[in-house]
Design a protein around this ligand. Structure first.
Ligand code: F6P
Length: 553
């Protein structure tokens, strides 16, 4: 692994700290400069990043790029692609990029046997997906399976769920795809309530095949089939896992078990067999286009100069916001309704990766690391939480996501184009209003023009003025297609990787989520039996007694 130091020790970091301590020109001034605006734009793979609304001088941009060089970002990227075991706390390589490499190319930087395994398993998965789409997967009475319920959680759910929603076809699907992640009984019930057990298939997706939430839902789904008289439940189940032996031990059929590998992190697994629900929803060609978009972005990341490299720029801009402009949260706000699940997907990708507080050598990190990622649909957000962005006291880093073109829908009302333009205008309006604000003088003038008395003007002006100066990125997709969605997801994956490389934290483990799982297992036993765990704290003990005072209804 190439050497990189604690970021705050680099000259570039110290330079950035000095820059941030000086008064920066306000966006109102920076956005007068049209040459600057055009320069702060980068494009690749059907994506355009416009970062002209960042509070950024040429010096700051130079210092950020210097930081990337001083932290050996390019060397760390090359180690990732070469298949070095960079996930050092689990002693694994990190090669989700191999999952989207096209067949027929022999120049990948990772070992050749990886590509062979990937292509063989991809073919198995796509063949199964096509069989399902064509109605050749039959239920117990030899009727085609019409509904597929995908059971999984975290990385085994969020990616396929997001992508199926984003790329849904505008015609009736060959097979309807449903998702269940939460172990509350109502989650599974509410999906199954509408389905026919004789025509429903299940996909149980779990990298480890030990995740309790998923196994509990899978077991209940099996009971649902058996209660309907299905004797051979395994015929209606598919397992997707890196641990096929565990699936076999639970009764899953080997010919219905798809695999992937331990060098694929759960939150980076969408490109593997975990993508089966997406392949069923959109078909082979579109799934391959999705992989192609991600692969194109991989190539861009590997080869483009740092100053034009989309993931590198996104990472550096995020770091500038996080570490120097004191924005602890990252809003991802989409002006394309079909990207509505993207923020939840990115939340896991980023927060599980970079929610870290020690360096690889175990020393504490002295700077802020991964941001809190949140968001949703932009226009809905405007009518809910945008008020805080405009006039609240928090600093928020913002990624606006929009589409330049949208294909018309089969039964679209004539105003189809008006909807697209409405969304685009609102995205631009928010980016502009946040950047420029409206000062007291302009507010007072507009109130006077509306005929208010001077007393009213004075009273209302502070409430109706906006400081502005809120930075944002605007990320345009040429159109939302399988290719651009693949590129967009890969862009964020590599952004997260770059930030980890800059901060020097491990992005590919997630030990933080383990403690709660272990504690929960002990408490389940206590809730069933009433025995308190040894040495339990008083709050948990009181809560256990409180819950056992009433039986389940
Ligand atoms: O608990 C977190 C986590 O380990 C995630 O990293 C992972 O995506 C999710 O659980 C599901 O794990 P699995 O795919 O093994 O069921």
């Amino acid at each position: 692994m190439p050497h990189a130091s604690q970021p705050q020790a680099t000259p570039a970091w110290q330079g950035l700290a000095l820059s941030a301590a000086q008064p920066l020109p306000p966006l109102r001034e920076l956005l007068q400069d049209s040459a600057r605006t055009l320069a702060l734009r980068a494009q690749a793979c059907g994506l355009t990043l416009d970062f002209s609304r960042q509070r950024l001088t040429p010096l700051v941009l130079q210092q950020l790029l210097d930081l990337a060089r001083q932290q050996g970002l390019a060397d760390q990227r090359d180690a990732l692609f070469a298949g070095e075991r960079i996930n050092r706390t689990e002693d694994r390589a990190v090669l989700h990029m191999a999952l989207r490499a096209p067949a027929g190319c022999h120049t990948h930087p990772w070992p050749a046997d990886i590509t062979e395994q990937v292509l063989a398993e991809r073919e198995r998965m796509l063949a199964l997906a096509e069989r399902i789409r064509q109605g050749h997967w039959l239920g117990p009475r030899r009727q085609p399976i019409t509904d597929l319920v995908a059971i999984g959680i975290g990385g085994s759910d969020l990616g396929p769920r997001m992508a199926v929603h984003a790329l849904q076809q505008d015609t009736a699907p060959a097979v309807r795809v449903h998702f269940v992640s939460n172990p509350d009984a109502t989650a599974l019930h509410d999906v199954l309530a509408t389905l026919d057990p004789l025509r429903t298939g299940f996909v149980v997706a779990s990298k480890t095949f030990t995740t309790q939430e998923t196994l509990l839902n899978a077991e209940s789904a099996r009971h649902w089939l058996q209660a309907a008289g299905v004797s051979d439940w395994a015929r209606q189940f598919i397992a997707i896992t890196t641990a096929p032996d565990k699936a076999t031990a639970l009764g899953f059929a080997p010919e219905h078990t798809l695999r992937f590998w331990d060098w694929v992190g759960g939150r980076y697994s969408l490109w593997s067999s975990i993508g089966l629900p997406l392949a069923v929803a959109v078909g082979r060609e579109q799934f391959e286009a999705f992989l192609a978009g991600a692969h194109a972005l991989d190539t861009h990341f590997r080869t483009a100069p740092l100053a034009q490299n989309l993931p590198v720029l996104m990472a550096l801009l995020g770091l500038w916001q996080r570490n120097f402009l004191n924005a602890p949260t990252q809003l991802v706000t989409s002006y394309s309704a079909r990207l509505g699940l993207l923020p939840a997907y990115l939340q896991q990708m980023d927060m599980e990766s970079n929610g870290k507080r020690v360096h690889p050598d175990g020393q504490p990190v002295r700077v802020a690391t991964g941001p809190i990622v949140w968001g949703g649909l932009g226009i809905d957000g405007q009518h809910a939480y945008y008020q805080l962005l405009h006039q609240g006291t928090h600093r928020v880093a913002i990624d606006f996501i929009g589409v330049r073109q949208q294909a018309s829908l089969p039964d679209a009302p004539p105003a189809h184009a008006a909807h697209l333009r409405f969304n685009q205008a609102n995205l631009l309006a928010q980016a502009q209003a946040l950047a420029l604000g409206r000062d007291a003088q302009a507010t007072a003038a507009s109130l006077r023009a509306a005929g208010l008395s001077e007393a009213e003007v004075q009273r209302l002006t502070p409430h109706r003025s906006f400081d502005g100066n809120v930075s944002s990125n605007v990320l345009w997709l040429d159109a939302l297609t399988p290719f651009t969605l693949g590129a967009l997801v890969a862009l964020y994956e590599h952004k997260v990787f770059c930030q980890a490389a800059l901060w020097q934290v491990h992005a590919f483990d997630q030990w933080g989520v383990e403690l709660g799982k272990v504690v929960a297992q002990g408490l389940q036993h206590s809730l069933h039996t009433g025995e308190l765990p040894a040495g339990v704290d008083s709050a948990t003990a009181a809560s256990l007694r409180f819950l056992r005072e009433v039986p389940p209804l």
